[in-house]
Ligand binder design. Sequence first.
Ligand SMILES: Cc1cc2nc3c(=O)[nH]c(=O)nc-3n(C[C@H](O)[C@H](O)[C@H](O)COP(=O)(O)OP(=O)(O)OC[C@H]3O[C@@H](n4cnc5c(N)ncnc54)[C@H](O)[C@@H]3O)c2cc1C
Length: 392
Amino acid sequence: MSKQIVIAGGGIGGLAAALACARSDCQVQLIERADAFGEVGAGIQLGPNVVQVLHGWGLKAALAEVAAFPAALQVRSAANAAVLGSLRLGERALSLYGAPYATIHRADMHQVLLHAARNQDNVQLHLGHCFSHFELGDGGVGVQTEQGIALQADALIGADGLWSRVRGQLLHDGPPRVSGHLAYRAMVEQSELPERLRSQVVTVWLGSRLHVVQYPVRGGAWLNVVAIVHGKVAGELQNWDHSANAQDLRAALSHTGSALQDLVGAIDHWRLWPLCDRAPMLGAHQQACGRVALLGDAAHPMRPYMAQGAGMAIEDAACLQQELGHEASMEQRLRRYAQRRWQRNARVQARSIRNGEIFHATGLVRWGRDLSMRLLGEKLLDVPWLYRGPID
Ligand SMILES: Cc1cc2nc3c(=O)[nH]c(=O)nc-3n(C[C@H](O)[C@H](O)[C@H](O)COP(=O)(O)OP(=O)(O)OC[C@H]3O[C@@H](n4cnc5c(N)ncnc54)[C@H](O)[C@@H]3O)c2cc1C
C-alpha cells in the first residue's frame, strides 16, 4: 500500500518535497497557510548540484524556458570595480559537474515545481490551511490545522520555513537567531537600465562590511540585485513586511565607488529582509525524529552567502524520494534521510557564515583575500564538493 505523507508548507522546499514523495509512489497532502501559492519578487542562484536534481525530475525544458545560464561569475571591488577574480560557469560547469549553473526568478522556480506537482495524480494541495500541531499515535501521525482539519498520515514533513512550527514542536529550540545583516533586494528589467549597467553574468561586489550580488533572470531579460549591509531593524521579524527605504541603502553604500553607486542609484524600488539563521544541527536526530522530518529552511536556515538555501531544500527532497523508495519502516526511512542530509546541510550553513566574513572583510584580511583571489582565481572560487552534489 502506498504511504500517506503530509507536508506542511508550500514554498520551494515543500513543493519539491511533494513532487519527490509523489515520484516515490506516496500519496501526498500538502498544506500551505497562504490563500494562494506565490513567491517573493527576487531571484535565486541554482548551483549545478541543484540543476542536476531538477533535470532528473524531468524539468530540464521547463527550467530552460525561464532561467538564465550565466557564462561566468566575477568578483569585483566595490571601491574601484577592479576584477578580483572570476569563475567560468556555462560549459565548464556542464563538463565538470554534469549540469549548468542557473539563475532564476523565485516565482518562476516555484511555478515550475507547482506545475510538476499538480501534474501528479497522487498530490493534493490545500491552500489556506495553517499547520497547528501534530500528534503521534500507533502507526501514524495526526496533523491538525488551525482551520480545524485533521489529517492522518504515515509521516509528516515540516517544510514550513524559517519560523517552522513543526520544528518548534519537534525540537523546542526557540526562535531563529538574528544575524545583524540586512538584505536589500530589487529586480529590474534590463531594457530599463542604461547599456553600461546591463549584465548577463553573476557579479559579486565586495566592500567593507557589505557586498552586492547581481545576476540575470527570466532568460536574461531582468536583472536581480541584492545588497547586504550590516544593521538592525525595529519591529517584529516574523511578520516583517519587507518595506525598504532606498535612501538608507544608498547611504550605506556611500563609501563605495561610482560603478556600484551607479547601479544601485538606477533602481528605485527595493525590499528589505533582516537576515536570520540557525546554528547547524547537532546530529541526524534533529532533522528527523520518528515519523516527523524537517526539510529546507525549517531544518537548516542559512545566510545566503553560498546561494544554496533553496538548493539544499531541493537536495533534501531528492534524498527523501530515494529513501522513501526503500523497503523499511517509515521511522527507518526518515532516519536514513536525516543521516544522509544533516552533515552536508551543516557544512553549507557553516561555509555560508564564513563566506560572509570573507566578503565583508576589512584591513589585512581583506588585503589577503584579494591577493589570494588574484593568485588562485578559479581554484578559490569553485566549490567542487558542493557543485558535484552529495556523494554517499
Ligand atoms: C536575500 C536572500 C537570498 C537568497 N538567495 C538564494 C540563492 O541564491 N540560492 C538559494 O538556493 N537560496 C537562496 N536563498 C535561500 C532561499 O530563499 C530559502 O532557503 C528557501 O526559499 C527556503 O525554502 P523553504 O520552502 O524551505 O521555506 P519558505 O520559502 O520559507 O517556504 C515556507 C512555506 O511554508 C508556509 N508556511 C509557514 N508556516 C506554515 C504553517 N504553519 N502552515 C502551513 N504553511 C506554512 C509559508 O507560507 C511558505 O509558503 C536566499 C535567501 C535570502 C533571504
